[in-house]
Design a binder for this molecule. Structure first.
Ligand code: ATP
Length: 368
């Protein structure tokens, strides 16, 4: 069992703004939690505080409900896997993996058995006699993982463990880690700035921004229901389209106005919840439809869509990314569409209309 609780974790380095500002996060036993965020947002510092390698300026770290804030790293029963594998070059894979047990004076036969057990789980059985120089990057990373697993820790803490691997090995090792987590069902806390790793591996993601948690949830929750413009633009490639719109109320229905165009928002609201008339409208590129603009399209009709001009088309193989300049705004929008669909004949310079279902539209308040 290793549920991890973070309560009001704050970290201040010198006179700078806090690297972490009162973080509250509960990581249940067995969860694959990814700490995601841009460079410098504080994710490594948070992981090091969980590990006990860094002391928080304020707040409490709890493991299974027990306050471990002052407990040394070695007594937390957590295993840390870093970006650099830090293997001993003169020792075989087997000796590297067994090192923590030999240091703890475990009997030779028991060490050999534990090494075989984890090597088996990680597919390293055939490679145990090799030295690190005789292993590929992915195999070395698995040896480092095996060394972390051999003590049977309560949780694994990983800081960008795949970032030294090339793209192909990264994809393979990512799949292996997902499989490993499914087999061992231990708590994983995994730091990355790579949204693909986060989306594919996490049970839940905590997205950090400038020392605070922007949103915690499953990958689908964050992708479909981002709590802020920051989350909306951090997840997704290309990111969510974000356009500044004016909101008007017509016969009790809210419409977004972009220049001369109007778009239904699917909201009938006569409260004062919309205390501003300027909002940010968000739609994922794959949730937008694009069609050639016909001459009799009436732009002011709220069902008529957003008028735009195609100014760049990127061919991704199966799909096209169609980038458009909006007629009534300096904002731009991108539509992801099938290459062989009805829009296959689109060309740069074409006049188009963009539409989105009300279920796919997200609205963000400019300051909150
Ligand atoms: P990256 O993805 O670039 O590793 P990160 O999100 O892991 O970034 P941290 O390494 O946790 O970010 O750093 C958070 C902030 O704290 C940064 O502004 C960093 O410069 C600062 N910081 C981290 N460690 C120290 C330290 N030992 N002394 C002073 N400032 C530090």
């Amino acid at each position: 069992m290793s549920a991890i609780g973070l309560h009001g974790i704050t970290k201040v380095f010198g006179a700078a703004a806090p690297a972490l500002d009162s973080i509250d996060l509960h990581i249940p036993d067995g969860e694959f939690m990814v700490l995601l965020g841009p460079s410098g947002c504080g994710k490594s510092t948070l992981l090091r505080i969980i590990a006990g390698l860094e002391a928080p300026s304020d707040g409490v770290v709890a493991i299974d409900g027990t306050d471990v804030t002052g407990v040394s790293p070695r007594d937390r029963n957590l295993a840390m896997v870093f970006q650099s594998y830090a293997l001993y070059p003169h020792l075989s894979a087997a000796k590297n993996i067994g090192f923590p047990l030999r240091s703890a004076k475990v009997a030779r036969a028991a060490v050999a058995e534990q090494v075989r057990r984890v090597a088996d789980i990680l597919g390293l059985s055939e490679l145990l006699d090799r030295r690190p120089a005789e292993l590929s990057g992915g195999q070395r990373q698995r040896v480092a993982l095996a060394r972390a697993m051999v003590r049977d820790p309560g949780a694994f803490l990983m800081d960008e463990p795949l970032s030294n691997l090339d793209a192909r090995l990264r994809a393979v090792t990512r799949t292996e880690l997902i499989g490993l987590h499914a087999r061992v069902r231990k708590t994983f806390v995994y730091v990355t700035h790579d949204q693909v790793e986060a989306m594919t591996m996490a049970d839940r993601i905590a997205l950090l921004n400038a020392g605070h948690v922007e949103q915690v949830g499953t990958p689908t929750e964050l992708y479909d229901h981002p709590a802020s413009v920051f989350v909306a633009s951090f997840l997704g490639a290309p990111p969510m389209n974000l356009v500044t719109v004016d909101v008007e109320r017509v016969d009790g229905e809210l419409l977004a106005r972009i220049g001369d165009d109007r778009l239904r928002l699917g909201i009938t609201d006569d409260s004062t919840a919309f205390d501003t008339t300027t909002l940010t409208l968000g739609v994922r590129p794959e949730r937008m439809d694009i069609a050639p603009r016909l001459l009799d399209d009436a732009p002011a009709d709220p069902d008529g869509g957003i008028t735009a001009t195609v100014d760049l088309i990127e061919n991704l193989g199966g799909d096209l990314l169609v980038h458009c300049a909006l007629a009534g705004s300096t904002d731009r929008m991108c539509v992801r569409t099938a290459r062989l669909g009805p829009t296959a004949a689109l060309a740069v310079g074409d006049a188009v209309v963009l539409t989105a279902g009300t279920d796919d539209i997200r609205l963000f308040h400019p300051s909150t």
